[in-house]
Design a protein around this ligand. Sequence first.
Ligand code: CO
Length: 182
Amino acid sequence: MTEELPEYDLTFYPDPLLRKPSEPVTSFDEALSRLAGGMLERMHASNGVGLAAPQVGVRCRVLVMNPTGEEGDDRVLINPEIIERAGVETTYEEGCLSFPGVYAEVRRPDSCKVRFFSVDGEEHEEEFTGFTSRVIQHEYDHLEGVLLVDRMSPADKVRNKHVLQDLVARYQERRKREESPA
Ligand code: CO
């Protein structure tokens, strides 16, 4: 018997929900594994490599990723804590499912050591490097309410100005529709 996973919609910038730090997960139950499963489905359907719970409107410390895109490489990190960042800083063009059409060069250290829990509540510590480390650092930012726009250089802000303005306009239109349903 397979129960259908919850279907999640993406939360887009500048929804204030993306700005609030997320709360730690306290129960490792069926609801948590359904959340993680639903987030992975949303991520794959949107062609993303990573997704944090606030991006589907859930303010808890859960991130999912699949940096290779290979089947079987899905990862779920609960209550992740970056305990060390190390290595040379590299610059890479990042995108974000909450910022469709926005791309920005972001500098981050190459590796990070992370303490986290798996969905079944087991504690792990693991070191990540390269692209995987970058994805984790990006998604971890979401759990703290930090967004791509905060990591952008002034030049990237100018370059993305119109797309960002468009996202703000679309958000305001959605709000207006929600406030006065036809
Ligand atoms: Co993102």
